[in-house]
Design a protein around this ligand. Sequence first.
Ligand code: TMP
Length: 232
Amino acid sequence: MSTRFISHEFCFTPLIKSGMMPDIMRCILENFIVIEGLDGSGTTTQLEKLANRIGEERCAVTFEPTDGAIGLLIRQVLRHEVTLTPQAIARLFSADRGEHIESPATGIRAIAGEGKLVICDRYLFSSLAYQSPDCGWDFVFSLNESFPLPEILLFLDVPPALCQKRMEVRNGKELYEDLSRQEAILHNYKRSFEAFSQTGMKLHVINGTVSPEEIHENMWNILSEHPSLLRY
Ligand code: TMP
């Protein structure tokens, strides 16, 4: 059993090797919740449903890439409007995340530190899952090792083929949306869950193949007992 380390201080855990798997970040940010999943898994729909149900008094919802300056550049890359090396893209995601976490007053650390629940659509698990196939796991891990982990990670589990079917109605494919790429991404998601399994972060794998309403109820059952919501 590993020690659960909760801190609002900036956390830097050196990368220690344990067998093939680097030891993991052990810093957990209280009141911070992350939703992850493949493209087409429905993370954004679920974020909106939670935001509506919980209300802005009790929670802040946010997403990555952000709508800040670095995030907007990333969106151009995703839409094939700007071409960068995979390593530069991985660095941009990490830089965007740094701003997202640490910005004074508006950053995730500041808001969660005030006792408000922060729910984020995608976080460093996306970087490990999406950038590792091109850049290698260790490179991406090192770019993200200083960031705290969320208290709770909700992973929307949807088979890549079903995600592809759901995305058929969308206009144009973004950078990572091919089926074979999504299968590699899923593999790296699983690797990231394994890497963080001893940290104290609570991982919930949620069946994402049922209706959006049923998924929402399952997520709500997990979050509704959170102390920051019971306070109201
Ligand atoms: P979304 O806004 O539809 O979730 O799209 C964001 C895309 O960016 C999605 O394909 C996942 C990808 N992404 C990464 O590749 N790395 C990251 O670190 C993050 C946050 C997102």
